[in-house]
Design a protein around this ligand. Structure first.
Ligand SMILES: [Zn+2]
Length: 125
């Protein structure tokens, strides 16, 4: 399952960061979710909830931020947010909002990134 390996990767990255910062607990994790990452957010959230058990981020609040898709259009040189036809979630069509061209380069929106984590340290109040 795609979401399972994604979730495991996210958790490993958070644990690594937390440990290298001597955290005793992770309070919050912000995850950027690209519109084209082909991940079902509810499913990812569910798997994360299972995988964090008995880890340093067991009680962490997990926040998802959706990233818009940014493109460069080869036909009209438009640069910015694309239109996404995602009626079919597994093969969304991305096109230029200016000229409807599909001759585009996708710059952003394909990744899942751990953007920020909030940790607790032993000397914190
Ligand atoms: Zn265009």
């Amino acid at each position: 399952m795609h979401e399972l390996s994604m979730a495991q990767g996210i958790i490993n990255a958070v644990i690594e960061t937390a440990e290298s910062n001597n955290a005793t607990e992770v309070n919050e994790v912000t995850i950027e979710l690209g519109r084209l990452a082909m991940v079902n957010p509810e499913q990812l959230e569910f798997i994360l909830g299972v995988l964090v058990e008995n880890t340093i981020l067991e009680d962490a609040k997990i926040v998802f931020e959706e990233i818009p898709v940014e493109i460069d259009c080869h036909d009209c040189n438009f640069h910015g947010k694309a239109i996404i036809d995602d009626k079919d979630h597994y093969a969304p069509m991305v096109k230029c909002p200016e000229c409807d061209s599909f001759a585009i380069e996708i710059l952003n929106g394909k990744d899942i990134v751990v953007k920020n984590i909030v940790i607790e340290k032993p000397d914190d109040d």
